[in-house]
Design a protein around this ligand. Structure first.
Ligand code: ZN
Length: 307
């Protein structure tokens, strides 16, 4: 799989980089430690140059994203804004971006329009979502589910819809065969029930489907210190936010422009405050969903996951 290939290359690159670092330190000792004669330095230095060349080659290979498919799966039109700069970054690098949006956002009433909940608002949000996908350079697969999966109409309909969406997402994810899937974590990003259902559904499909190439799954995450008292409902401890995606100012500009498409949902000042934060930090965090790495006869003998 392309992603595994890229990740392997990155690991190779990192270990080569570490070796180079160690060797550089060792080489610098050659001049001061008399027990090493010059022959050792003569052996090490050419090797250092070979590895440096190899290093550059790996970096060049790392830059080929054209075969990489990244899929964002979200509950509502505008959820993709949370990882906008990351989608913009990978689209800029040539990766294929696919945004899957489950619901029509028909209940997203705000004071930014005169629209009430219903078909007209859903139609507007469909246009807004298409606009955002176009700006981000993404393919859009907007599903036709009602906001909140018809929960306001009763538990039976809600259960029916939340089961149907498993089949539909199963088909879309299987057809498109992404290398990477990004979705909300179990906290839903904002504790929103729709977000949490999508997180659980996507995880369920990644785990249960008999994939030819199982995609790598990442949850977008917010560090708990940034959330104050809200951390219980939304945050992820930094120990788990181990993927730090950087992006450029150009990516932030694209993400902000895409966010402005959702004019029924976001005030321009709010988008500008996000853009400022993105420009200031230049990165965002993800939590990788880790696959089991060992077999065990019982739970207590399973190696600790936290060491
Ligand atoms: Zn949402």
């Amino acid at each position: 799989m392309v992603l595994n290939y890229l990740l392997r290359k990155r690991e190779d690159f990192q270990s080569t980089h570490e070796q180079l670092h160690i060797m550089t330190r060792k080489t610098s000792k050659c001049t001061s430690v008399k027990i090493f004669n010059n022959n050792l330095c003569l052996l090490i230095l050419p090797l250092l140059f070979v590895l440096t060349g190899f290093n550059s080659l790996l970096q060049a290979q790392d830059r080929n994203y054209e075969d990489v498919i990244i899929m964002g799966v979200y509950a509502h039109p505008d959820d993709e804004t949370s990882s906008g700069p990351v989608f913009a970054k990978y689209a800029r690098k040539g990766a294929k971006i696919i945004l899957v949006v489950a619901t029509d956002g028909r209940l997203g009433v705000t004071d930014l329009t005169d629209l009430e909940a219903g078909d007209e608002l859903a139609a507007l949000r469909r246009e807004e979502m298409q606009c955002a996908a176009d700006v981000l350079g993404a393919d859009l697969h907007h599903m036709h589910y009602h906001d909140q999966l018809r929960a306001p109409e009763g538990q039976d309909l809600f259960i029916q819809e939340s089961r149907k969406i498993i089949d539909d997402l199963h088909e879309i994810m299987g057809d498109r065969q992404p290398d990477i899937i990004i979705t909300w974590g179990p906290d839903g990003g904002s504790n929103h029930l729709d977000h949490r259902i999508i997180s659980g559904t996507v995880t369920q499909i990644v785990l249960s489907k008999n994939w030819e190439n199982r995609p790598s799954l990442f949850y977008s995450g917010t560090q708990i210190p940034e959330l104050g008292d809200l951390w219980r409902y939304r945050g992820v401890h930094e120990d788990f936010l181990t993927v730090r995606e950087t992006f450029t100012e150009e990516d932030v500009d694209v993400a902000a422009e895409a966010a402005r498409c959702h004019s029924s949902q976001f005030r321009p000042e709010l988008i500008e405050s996000w853009a400022e934060q993105w420009r200031e930090t230049g990165h965002t965090y993800f939590r990788p969903f880790e696959a089991p790495r060992a077999m065990a006869d019982d739970m207590l003998s399973y190696p600790s996951q936290y060491e």
